[in-house]
Ligand binder design. Structure first.
Ligand SMILES: [Zn+2]
Length: 196
C-alpha cells in the first residue's frame, strides 16, 4: 500500500485493524489509538506493534522528496502506544533533533512512567500476598510441631533410612525422601531441609 498506491492512511488503518481488511463503517471515523490498550487481547497488541514497526521502517526507507520524514513523525505522534521507544530509537536517523520528536518522546516517557507505577502496585500486592502465605506457613509449622527423625525412621516409598537426607511429609503424615516424594503422587504437606 505504501510503495505502490501510496495509501498511507489506508496502511495505518490496516495496521490498526491488526492486518485485517475491513470495509469502512458509516458514521465512524478512522480508528484512533486513545491509549486504552488494556481491554485488547495481548496477541492483537503484539500484532499491531509488529505491523506498525514494519510501516515505520517503510516510511524511514522512503526517499527524501516523498515526505517520509513527515509521515514518520506523524505516525510516531499518532500511534505512539504501538511504537516502543526502545525499538524505534535505533531506527531513527541520528541527525533528527529531539525537538522534532518531542511529542512522541513525551508520550512514550509518560507511558513508561505509568507502566512503571503500575508494576510497582502489582509488586506491592504480590508482596502482601507473599507475607500472608508466609504467615499461613508459620501457623502450620506451629500447629504441627517439629518432626523428629531417628535412625529407625525409614522412607515410606523406598524403604531406605531417612537419616539426615532431605525429607518431606505426605498428607497422611508419612516421612519420605524429597526425591521419592516428587516422583510419587503423594501430596506434600510441608517440606523442610532436614531434621529439626
Ligand atoms: Zn525414599
Amino acid at each position: 500500500m505504501v510503495r505502490d498506491v501510496k495509501d498511507y492512511q489506508g496502511a495505518e488503518i490496516f495496521c490498526l485493524n491488526s492486518g485485517v481488511f475491513r470495509g469502512p463503517r458509516r458514521g465512524s471515523k478512522a480508528p484512533v489509538a486513545d491509549g486504552s490498550l488494556s481491554k485488547e487481547p495481548a496477541v492483537d497488541i503484539d500484532k499491531k506493534k509488529t505491523l506498525f514497526m514494519v510501516l515505520l521502517q517503510e516510511y524511514l526507507n522512503m526517499a527524501q522528496d516523498q515526505g517520509g520524514m513527515a509521515l514518520t513523525l506523524y505516525l510516531l505522534d499518532s500511534q505512539s502506544s504501538y511504537l516502543d521507544l526502545s525499538e524505534v530509537i535505533d531506527l531513527l536517523p541520528s541527525f533528527w533533533s529531539v525537538e522534532l520528536l518531542q511529542q512522541y518522546l513525551l508520550r512514550s516517557l509518560r507511558r513508561s512512567y505509568h507502566e512503571f507505577k503500575e508494576m510497582q502496585i502489582v509488586k506491592g500486592l504480590s508482596l502482601g500476598e507473599n507475607l500472608r502465605i508466609c504467615e499461613e506457613l508459620f501457623q502450620l509449622y506451629e500447629t504441627q510441631g517439629p518432626v523428629v527423625i531417628t535412625a529407625d525412621d525409614i522412607c515410606h516409598v523406598c524403604g531406605i533410612a531417612v537419616a539426615d537426607s532431605v525429607f518431606m511429609r505426605t498428607v497422611d503424615m508419612k516421612t519420605i525422601h524429597l526425591h521419592c516424594g516428587s516422583s510419587s503422587d503423594s501430596q506434600p504437606l510441608g517440606t523442610t531441609d532436614g531434621p529439626e
